[in-house]
Design a protein around this ligand. Structure first.
Ligand code: OSB
Ligand code: MG
Length: 369
């Protein structure tokens, strides 16, 4: 199969409401979309990095430069037998997993379409129903947060994740628990703490949280092992996991009991499959994390979530929580019991609406083999 053409586009869309983490408040997203033509068949990918290098080192403008100058020329005109051959083409580029994943995942979509199969089946997924959770950002007030949680619980979502940071943590969780004693609840700190905060972090043990996501340094596994040994709440790693070897390290050190697999952060489907397999071998359940994706990235996350070891509800939620109008048709919707059925059409299984993309488009660049 020949990679004949790649089109890069940047789109910008306002979020329906702001999303705040321990590192930033986001009002809009600038996203890079990758359209790859393989043997005459088009596939779509999305680069999931943020606009700023605050979640990881990648950011939209840097990813665009990396794709133009390095990643696209490395794959263009090349012949592959299977999309799992793409990482070897991109291997000279160190890091930059999300930019590379945008290219690789577009090729996976094209190849699944060429095979006439839904992408989720093409990658070996088996789940016919995916459990969905939501990620709720830091709000202006606890009252605002409780209102948002009530809405998402009423909508059926199976797990509520709230963002936490020093000053918006134990007392907030205490109030949420007071109001919603029975919900599956977790906190995501996005690396806002250090081991100096151990006594403070131990206070979360009183609230029966499903997990505490990446409380310590974004690039650390070992200190998380010390934390996990000292608290009852399961630790979940997000930022620190880049590939299957990190899962092996985390398992060997007992640094966490749960892992968040983000398709972009681990560098695309080939690495995500290996990461998933490594976690399964280690007896660590995983769930699919999100990066405020457009419908294209959302569709990829749905496919990934059908793998067997994605046994916990992920941050895979409805398009309408983020976008006035998504770039795919139909929009992603979640059932009243907080589930989602993977689509039956070939590839990502959603129609990509080019007219909507063009309406939000900042620029496009076409690369021909
Ligand atoms: O840590 O999971 C995270 C969004 C941006 C950056 C980091 C994270 C998140 C989320 C959003 O939690 C999840 C979603 O897309 O719904
Ligand atoms: Mg996270």
């Amino acid at each position: 199969m020949k990679i004949e053409k790649i089109t890069l586009r940047e789109i910008g869309m306002p979020l329906v409401s702001f999303f705040e983490t321990s590192f930033a408040r986001m009002h809009q997203r600038r996203m890079l979309l990758v359209e790859a033509v393989v043997d005459g068949i088009t596939g779509w990918g999305e680069v999931t990095c943020g606009e700023h290098p605050f979640y990881n080192h990648e950011f939209t403008d840097a990813a665009a430069a990396l794709l133009r100058e390095f990643a696209v020329p490395m794959v263009l005109g090349k012949t592959i037998a299977h999309p799992r051959d793409v990482p070897a083409l991109l291997a000279p580029i160190r890091g930059n997993a999300m930019a590379k994943a945008g290219v690789e995942n577009a090729i996976w979509d094209a190849c699944a379409r060429r095979a006439g199969q839904p992408l989720w089946q093409y990658i070996g997924g088996t789940r016919k129903e995916i459990a969905c959770g939501v990620s709720i950002g830091i709000k202006n007030s606890v009252a605002d947060l409780l209102t948002d949680i009530a809405r998402e619980v009423a909508a059926g979502y199976q797990r509520i994740k709230i963002k936490i940071k020093p000053g918006w943590d134990v007392t907030v969780v205490e109030q949420v628990r007071g109001e919603f004693p029975g919900i599956a609840l977790m906190g995501d700190a996005n690396s806002a703490y250090t081991l100096e905060d151990l006594d403070h972090l131990r206070r979360f043990d009183a609230f029966n949280l499903m997990m505490l996501e990446q409380p310590l340094w974004y690039d650390d596994i070992y200190q998380h092992a010390k934390l996990q040994a000292a608290i009852l709440t399961p630790v979940c790693l997000d930022e620190a996991i880049h590939h299957a070897r990190d899962v092996e390290t985390a398992a060997a050190l007992a640094a966490c009991r749960i892992i968040n697999v983000k398709l972009g952060r681990v560098g695309g489907f080939t690495s995500a499959l290996a990461t998933h397999d490594a976690a399964r071998r280690s007896g660590i359940p995983v769930w699919c994390g999100g990066m405020l994706e457009s419908g294209i990235g959302r569709a990829h996350n749905i496919a990934l979530s059908t793998l067997e070891n994605f046994s916990l509800p992920g941050d895979v939620s409805a398009s309408a929580r983020y976008w006035q109008e998504d770039v795919i048709e139909p929009a992603v919707t979640v059932s009243a019991k907080g589930t989602l059925t993977p689509p039956s059409g070939p590839g990502i299984g959603f129609e990509v609406k080019l007219d909507r993309i063009q309406r939000h488009q900042a620029w496009e660049q076409v690369f021909l083999a």
